[in-house]
Design a protein. Structure first.
Length: 464
């Protein structure tokens, strides 16, 4: 991938070496919920900042227990500035990864054929490493922003009982209170075969929810099978879920996204984007676009089976069977509304559908909370983003997206801190491996991301 940032990053060998070493260090610290520790990663990043000259008073590690530490660092701006800080949030934890599933060790930083491999290379240790690198780089240059910049690297975004952003807001709001937040866990550069197509920023996101689908049965001897089988009940429900997509929907953000994509794309896709924006939208266009996982997720709530278990012995009828159904809920709908829709869809009195919280606690009622309302776009954020994007990825338009997953912005938004998903990481649309096996990131993409946030933060926090 050839872009205008290449020469600058290649020549800055000191920054490149530092960025490499920080990224490697983070990848090789296991931060999974099961056996890892975000505290170890937080301590490592804190030490990097302290070694670079950040005052002890401005680098803090704290959390609810020994394994779930969060690091908060403050880059001091101009003295007596009347501007409130900008907050950058990034999670240190990663999704579970088993060595036997991967070609390489997921907790070893491996460079191979132009890619960095390792759990967290796409989600989101690359952005954590970039933030720490650029904090040090800016400080080494003597840059003084027009306001304080706060960096919070946190625990349990991917799951677990100790979400770091939520815990900090509830227990140490003063450390991360800000005028607005940047969350590199969303946004970025979408590429087609190495060519940058769009520079995307998250303007809204879906709501996350897990549900337990459970069937129980007295069981019995496997030599006397009956139609009433717990595994069959769950299997039938999941088969129905697979064949029953949720209704097509648009909101202001996705309408703008598809409208811009209609001007970028050509051929059938461009025609289909225009067709779904018509009134009424064209069902055939919806069906064609739904075959692309990203477009499908942008047009509706999605629910999918992610875990399955059942039975207690190979020669016995199952006494229970259970599936986890993971939903990403379109803004405007609540977790309880979707739970009730699943109950109606399955239409099986032998099944229970219960909401599973982030702490893995089960309840018969989901939350009535809905996805965040898009915050008003800030002129300073958008001007800085467009300026830097034009320099690094000329010709790639900046456009808003609805994050089809979910992020910690839900907590900052709920706390009254407008939050924007902004990242400089470029990934090919057909190589999205976050949460999957052999997660990887192009080497050049990583260093472009380092350059992006360096220029973006300077542009955003330079007095106009």
């Amino acid at each position: 991938m050839q872009t205008s940032w290449s020469a600058a990053t290649q020549s800055d060998t000191v920054t490149r070496a530092m960025a490499h070493d920080i990224f490697k260090e983070l990848i090789e610290i296991n931060t999974t919920d099961s056996v890892g520790s975000t505290t170890v990663a937080a301590q490592a990043m804190a030490q990097r900042l302290l070694d670079a000259g950040f005052p002890n008073a401005d680098v803090t590690i704290l959390g609810p227990n020994d394994r779930k530490g969060n690091m908060v660092a403050r880059y001091r701006g101009k003295p007596n500035s009347k501007l409130r800080p900008v907050l950058i949030i990034g999670h240190l934890d990663v999704v579970e990864a088993r060595r036997e599933d991967w070609t390489t060790d997921p907790f070893k930083f491996v460079e191979q054929e132009g890619y960095y491999y390792g759990r967290g290379t796409q989600d989101m240790k690359e952005d954590d490493a970039i933030a720490v690198t650029d904090f040090i780089r800016l400080r080494n240059e003597g840059f003084v922003p027009d306001r304080d910049i706060i960096l919070a690297l946190t625990a349990d975004e991917e799951g677990g009982k100790s979400n770091g952003v939520n815990w900090l807001l509830q227990n140490h709001r003063d450390l991360i209170d800000a005028e607005f937040a940047l969350n590199p866990d969303s946004g970025g550069v979408s590429m087609e075969h190495g060519k940058p197509m769009t520079v995307e920023f998250e303007a809204t996101e879906k709501l996350y929810a897990d549900y337990q689908v459970l069937a129980t049965n007295p069981g019995g001897h496997s030599s006397l099978p009956k139609p009433d089988n717990a595994i069959y009940h769950v299997a039938d429900a999941l088969g129905m879920l697979q064949k029953s997509p949720f209704p097509f929907e648009l909101n202001a953000v996705t309408r703008e996204y598809f409208g811009q994509m209609a001007r970028i794309e050509t051929g059938q896709n461009a025609d289909d984007f225009r067709a779904i924006l018509a009134n009424p939208p064209d069902p055939a266009a919806m069906e064609r676009l739904s075959k692309d996982a990203r477009y499908n997720s942008t047009m509706r709530t999605t629910c999918v089976a992610t875990m399955l278990s059942g039975g207690h012995a190979p020669n016995a009828l199952p006494q229970s069977a259970e599936a986890n159904v993971n939903c990403r809920i379109f803004p405007g709908h609540s977790q309880e509304e979707i739970r009730l829709q699943l109950v109606q869809l399955f239409n099986d009195p032998k099944l229970s559908v219960r909401y599973r919280s982030d702490a893995r606690e089960l309840s018969d009622h989901g939350s009535d909370r809905k996805a965040m309302v898009p915050p008003p776009l800030r002129t300073d954020v958008m001007t800085s983003l467009r300026k830097v994007a034009a320099k690094l990825w000329p010709g790639a338009p900046v456009l808003p997206i609805m994050e089809t997953g979910a992020s910690d912005s839900i907590y900052t938004m709920a706390a009254g801190i407008p939050s924007y998903g902004v990242s400089g990481i470029a990934v090919d649309r057909d190589d999205i491996r976050a949460h999957g096996r052999d997660e990887r990131l192009k080497v050049d993409s990583y260093y472009a991301g380092v350059e992006f946030y360096y220029l973006f933060l300077k542009a955003l926090t330079t007095a106009r």
